[in-house]
Design a protein around this ligand. Structure first.
Ligand SMILES: C[S@@+](CC[C@H](N)C(=O)[O-])C[C@H]1O[C@@H](n2cnc3c(N)ncnc32)[C@H](O)[C@@H]1O
Length: 220
């Protein structure tokens, strides 16, 4: 399989050749365990839930969700086949059953109203504004009425130090796409896609910027 050919596709660490180092870099710089476990707690997964992890990368969050709620059906979707093979190997090593699919976030291969929960971490800052908009609409489409979206991504900096540290992420992942996050545009993005009760729930100061956790719901 080829790498995604879209001209503005941003791989996990900005460049495909850095992908093998992704877990080590994220583990060392983002307080990954703290914010992903907080996202899992926030999402309140239940037995029987069908869960979509959008842009699942190396599969860490999807695997942890399955370990937290073994009776959930967890699907990770990502556009990059090479990172999906890393995720598949990790899930096998962890002996958990997670389905990994290749697709672009704005063209998901799922029927309407399929999922009880959608989660996404460290992803929306990879997208142009137009792709953020069509991805948010696509998430809304695949969620059931009454279902919830839980997102962790770079947010407005909590202080000047966090803002300056975030420059490193901006150099790797691009200034334009990441600026939407820093400017606090994820909340109106989800509201405009149709979600209700869109809120920032908590933030984490990390070595490379402020990580924000959001929640949103699809009305019944
Ligand atoms: C920074 S990584 C985040 C991975 C994982 N969610 C995590 O928290 O570690 C961003 C991921 O988004 C994927 N990606 C980028 N643009 C995409 C798109 N338009 N559709 C699907 N996946 C995309 C990349 O392949 C990469 O795996």
């Amino acid at each position: 399989m080829k790498h995604p050919s879209e001209p503005n596709y941003v791989p996990a660490l900005g460049y495909h050749w850095l992908t093998p180092y992704y877990d080590a870099v994220i583990g060392a710089t983002t307080r990954e365990r703290s914010f992903k476990l907080a996202l899992i707690k926030q999402a309140r997964f239940a037995p029987g839930h069908k869960v979509l992890d959008l842009a699942s990368g190396t599969g860490t969050l999807a695997i942890w969700i399955k370990q937290h709620e073994p009776q959930a059906h967890v699907i990770g979707v990502d556009g990059d086949p090479s990172i999906l093979s890393l995720a598949t190997n990790k899930a096998q090593e962890a002996r958990v059953s997670v389905q990994f699919d290749q697709a672009m976030s704005y063209s998901l291969p799922y029927l309407d109203k399929q999922f009880d929960r959608a989660v996404s971490s460290l992803f929306f800052h990879h997208l142009s504004w137009a792709d953020k908009e069509r991805t948010a609409r696509e998430l809304f489409r695949v969620l059931k009425p009454g279902a919830e979206l839980h997102v962790a991504d770079w947010g407005s900096a909590d202080n000047p130090l966090m803002r300056s540290m975030f420059l490193l992420v901006q150099v790797l992942d691009g200034f334009k796409n990441t600026q939407d996050n820093v400017s606090g545009k994820l909340i109106p993005l989800f509201e405009d896609a149709g979600f209700i009760d869109v809120r920032q729930r908590q933030t984490f100061s990390t070595l490379v910027g402020t990580m924000a956790l959001y929640s949103a719901a699809k009305s019944v």
